[in-house]
Design a protein around this ligand. Structure first.
Ligand SMILES: [Zn+2]
Length: 269
């Protein structure tokens, strides 16, 4: 499947079946969902058929992802950004109606994991982004230890080198607030948190970071970075959160012998 912005990026073919409720229990335990106070329900958000042979994963349960899943004959969809966020309009109208209708008509389950997927020590977004970018974690910071802290592996002598590496590995030009010539020694402290984590810059500074990476950036973040002398690299919300759900999908496929497709719906933010 490849239609411009939509691409199927990974596929594991197998022929076994897992029961929906069994998978839900497995993931509740694997991701320790009861430990998190989150902005959305973690687990099965929409119930489809009980037998799962084909799983489609993606970052966000957008209409485009659901349509791709229908085309791939998915029994279930696994995402990082699901539905029913705290404070949202509860009515089933407009965008929400179209999404839910497509899921329900096709009897496809929606599994969504937000903070538990950010935080998993191996399969999570922060862990997987560290692997992709060559970041070596050794500490945590911020509320609920959501931020990760560590060093950059060898090969990025300056901030500019690190930005170039991010561009090459994420396929996206990051926004760098700082001096590209700034040296990054082997012991330089780097903080990171995937997604919309611009509000954690202050915590990263307090924790001793010299460089902070996240997905999004806001107007005030730029001033805090400049005035603190701590560099900020905004790498893209979607781009930094492509890896956790993919790793979790692969893990499920290996565990239960089912077919898994990761579908990337491009998002420039
Ligand atoms: Zn996110």
């Amino acid at each position: 499947m490849s239609k411009g912005l939509i691409s199927e990026q990974g596929k594991q073919q197998a022929d076994r079946i897992v029961d929906r409720d069994h998978l839900s229990e497995f993931l509740a335990s694997e991701l320790q969902i009861s430990r998190f106070r989150d902005y959305c329900p973690n687990g099965v958000q929409v119930e489809g058929r009980s037998e799962i042979k084909v799983l489609v994963s993606g970052v966000t349960a957008s209409l485009a992802l659901l349509q791709a899943a229908v085309e791939l004959q998915a029994d279930a969809i696994l995402v990082h950004h699901g539905y029913f966020w705290r404070g949202e309009d509860m009515r089933v109208i407009g965008q929400k109606q179209r999404r839910l209708k497509l899921l329900l008509e096709n009897d496809i389950s929606l599994f969504a994991y937000h903070l538990p997927l950010d935080m998993h020590p191996q399969l999570g977004n922060n862990a997987q982004l560290a692997d992709v970018l060559g970041l070596v974690p050794d500490a945590r910071f911020g509320d609920d230890d959501l931020g990760w802290l560590g060093t950059v592996d060898t090969g990025a002598a300056t901030l500019g080198d690190l930005a170039a590496r991010i561009e090459q590995r994420l396929g996206r030009v990051p926004l760098l607030i700082g001096d590209p010539a700034q040296k990054l020694g082997a012991s330089a402290r780097v903080g990171w948190c995937t997604g919309a984590a611009q509000n954690m810059l202050g915590d990263a500074i307090a924790a001793g970071a010299r460089v902070y990476l996240s997905g999004e950036i806001s107007e005030p973040t730029v001033h805090l970075a400049r005035e603190s002398g701590v560099a900020y690299i905004a790498c893209g919300h979607h781009a930094t959160e492509r890896y956790g759900v993919q790793a979790l999908g692969r893990h499920i496929a290996q565990q239960f012998g089912i077919t898994h497709h990761f579908v990337d719906i491009d998002n420039p933010v």
